[in-house]
Design a protein around this ligand. Sequence first.
Ligand code: SAJ
Length: 414
Amino acid sequence: MDFDVISVIGLGYIGLPTAAAFAARRKSVIGVDVNQYAVDTINKGEIHIVEPELDMLVHAAVTQGYLRATMTPEAADAFLIAVPTPFVEGFRPDLSYIEAAARAIAPVLKKGNLVVLESTSPVGATEQMAAWMAELRPDLSFPQQMGEGSDIRVAHCPERVLPGHVIRELVENDRIIGGMTPLCGEHARTLYQNFVRCDCILTDARTAEMCKLTENSFRDVNIAFANELSVICDRLDINVWELIRLANRHPRVSILQPGPGVGGHCIAVDPWFIVDSAPEQARLIRVARTVNDDKPRYVIDRVERAAKRFKEPVIACLGLAFKANIDDLRESPAMEIAHQLGERFAGQVLAVEPNIRMLPPSLDGVVQLCELNEALAQADVIVVLVDHAQFKRIDPVRMQAKVVIDTRGMLSNA
Ligand code: SAJ
């Protein structure tokens, strides 16, 4: 089986690097996105998102003619769907982007095509995607109807890359590939072996879906353990960072780091897909989500208590991104904390975020974006929300006369 033309649907944080990775292997790649700005930017050889090294890859792919973007799907040998899967009211998964993508490519599908769902999805989503395509193309057979003899092959291959390290991890991470039939899996493996240097391991689609959710839930539960420890240690007057360092000297203990909460589009979302599909059974996973979601409120309470010592306290929030050394503010606990503090202490809250040039609309007029030096000079209370590299270089002397609330253990772990 040959995959000469590959179409990637969804040119965001996952789709665009993946499209560029295939293009770098001299495959002809058609990127499809509903966002006109993204399509135009990519066709100029530029990028609309921030990810190290991606700009060079996309520039090369476009100028050498291996990658082009469009808003309308076209015929290809393989289709990869990398669209968002957020949740809606009641933490229920929202498959509407997958449905829209499946319906958009259905008209251009032809016998022998492979369709791979990359989006992190609840169990059963790949089968559902195949059903949507089958509904629109009664002239073609799909695996749920014809098994190994189907015209169209369908598989799930969840993305597993870490933002900030996407280009390296795309190539170096193992891939879990869940075919709707074993042959579907084998076709998908052949496709990914174009650029994946590590193992492509085959399973069925439902196990692959659950595997991705399990990975992120495992991390969420473990961060919740660290966050709960940090609250217990505050109560018992113990330095949680030292405690974790000591406990981790045990050969079978490896505790993660507490923080102001869990952000991003993945770890704070995916566990809910498991809870939604098995609400009675997923008790620990649900509680972990709640523990992590409660952490920003706990931080705000601490800041409010600390601020009581001052008549008109100036509060500096260090960091707005959802984790260190990135510019991504999506679902960031730091944003939530800065926002609530800004409303509570109007005109007195400064925010330092070296990775952005202007505040997002939700914080505009609520807090004041300022340089690190100015914030350190003016603040009575300093709240470390993100351990960006720039903050780690702060001379501790500059914080001595301040009240410091360090949610990341930046000072204790220095
Ligand atoms: N965090 C802590 N303490 C820790 C580690 C992380 O509070 O010890 C917080 C971070 O500050 C951040 C959040 O958790 O707010 C998530 O950050 P992360 O670095 O753990 O993960 P993401 O969301 O950037 O990427 C995760 C990764 N999954 C796992 O490591 C199991 C990545 O491999 C996935 O591809 C990605 O989710 C995804 O797209 O699903």
